[in-house]
Design a protein around this ligand. Sequence first.
Ligand SMILES: Nc1ncnc2c1ncn2[C@@H]1O[C@H](COP(=O)(O)OP(=O)(O)OP(=O)(O)O)[C@@H](O)[C@H]1O
Ligand SMILES: [Mg+2]
Length: 369
Amino acid sequence: MHPSLAMVPSTAVRCDAQTSPTKLLIDGLTKSYGSCAALQPTRLEVQTGEFLTLLGPSGSGKTTLLQMISGLVEPSGGRILIDGQDETRTPVHKRDIGLVFQHYALFPHLTVAENIGFPLRMRGIAKADVARRVAEALELVHLGQLGGRFPKELSGGQQQRVALARCFVYQPSVILMDEPLGALDKKLREHMQYEIRRLHRETGATIIYVTHDQEEALAMSDRICLMNHARIEQIGSPHEIYTRPKTIFAADFIGVSNIFRGRVQHDGNGAAVLVTASGVFRVGDGAPPAQNEAALVVRPEQLELDGEGDNEVSGEVVDTVYAGSETRVLVALRDDATITVRLRRGALPPLLGDRVAVRWRCDAGVLVS
Ligand SMILES: Nc1ncnc2c1ncn2[C@@H]1O[C@H](COP(=O)(O)OP(=O)(O)OP(=O)(O)O)[C@@H](O)[C@H]1O
Ligand SMILES: [Mg+2]
């Protein structure tokens, strides 16, 4: 632990959105480029010490929102409040915000230590303090021995860690990261995800992180803000968004989903069913009124091959996908839909062409509209 870098004690744990004070309030923020709405009026509250991820497809407005928070892009309307102060018109260099981008943007002619010390020197910090804080920041990102090297003498992951150290070293109260791991290979990405989580825990910084990688968002975030078409589609903890998606888009974008679209009806006993092209399925409580269109979302791990359940479809095995920790079986149904089933641990994969029955409990799926 590095005392000068610490904003809260190292015991900082996942942020509790109920109890932490609001660090950042986005109030009706909007951005248009001509007739293109890059961000529709948006409200978002970020708690102190929270790790919030903006997740969404290309063009959904993630970078636009982040750059307005940083001050690099001027909003068309709305306000940005940091610690209750209106910062909407505050210039970039006067905002207490750190930025880390996909490309490391290190100064090539400065050493690693000089790069990390740059923001401190810019702020007029005394030479001895700069040296001490740079040494601590180098240790924080596990690059203690490499301060004298130039950026071109480092690997991609090491360069990105220098960029992180250069950001964390001056203790900005909000750190914005736009796809910071986008240029790294999968293995290094996973390692750096862990490193960023660790830095977040150890410093207690408030982080807003942009990615279009849903696995990364699930792994890293206290909360995910899912964006689509220049607006917030859903916001919640990774578990909430995964288990309780509110729309077909949310279900489809996060994790693997089986989606059956249909129309709600009530059977003779008053229980709700969804009539779809793949079959008639019982659904849990909270179904919309009869005749409403809806979609049933069932995750691969909620389906069982030849197992128990209130709902059943049958079909033909068209593929099995081995992914190390799990095997997924693709089953083609009578209406040409294909569903994905996670094979039970220890079960033998079926053969291509086998006819199988797939079952699930009626309370397993989520009904969305
Ligand atoms: N300077 C600009 N001029 C005109 N349109 C812009 C400008 N910057 C962004 N846009 C438009 O605003 C929308 C949102 O862009 P933004 O860069 O915020 O998306 P994004 O979610 O970050 O996408 P990606 O995942 O591809 O980075 C897009 O339709 C984009 O074309
Ligand atoms: Mg972007």
